[in-house]
Design a protein around this ligand. Structure first.
Ligand code: FE2
Length: 135
């Protein structure tokens, strides 16, 4: 179970798409490792990467939205904060011990699920609005 990049995930905003591709690449590397039974080994590294990358990616998106006075900014920010809280919750749960199978499965679901759902719903809504506003 990895995430295949497809047209539906494209927002058409170059900076955002580049960052999404990198996020997906890293999450896929983790999901591949998990499939091979090495999820526990690479989990800490994955979360270390996500911790900083996700924050700067969200900050870039929000700055772009502010610059264009996107009316959906408040809701989008809320979705970002909720994802950050969820990531922090999972990170805490797996910290300080060998993660069990349930923790790994929850992590897989969270990473694959939130990434695609957030891009497909929230990010694309902004991208569509941006394209219309620029037309
Ligand atoms: Fe977003």
């Amino acid at each position: 179970m990895t995430i295949a990049w497809c047209k539906d995930l494209e927002t058409g905003v170059p900076l955002v798409d580049t960052q999404h591709r990198e996020l997906i690449r890293r999450v896929n590397a983790y999901l591949d490792a998990a499939r091979e039974g090495r999820g526990g080994e690479v989990l800490a590294d994955t979360f270390c990467f996500l911790d900083s990358y996700v924050r700067s990616h969200f900050a870039d998106e929000e700055a772009l939205m502010r610059r264009h006075a996107y009316p959906g900014l408040a809701g989008h920010r809320q979705a970002h904060r909720a994802l950050e809280a969820k990531l922090a919750e999972v990170r805490e749960r797996i910290a300080g011990g060998e993660p069990n199978l349930l923790a790994l499965l929850e992590t897989n679901q969270l990473l694959a699920g939130w990434l695609t759902n957030h891009i497909l719903h929230h990010d694309r809504r902004f991208a569509t609005w941006l394209q219309r506003a620029a037309a």
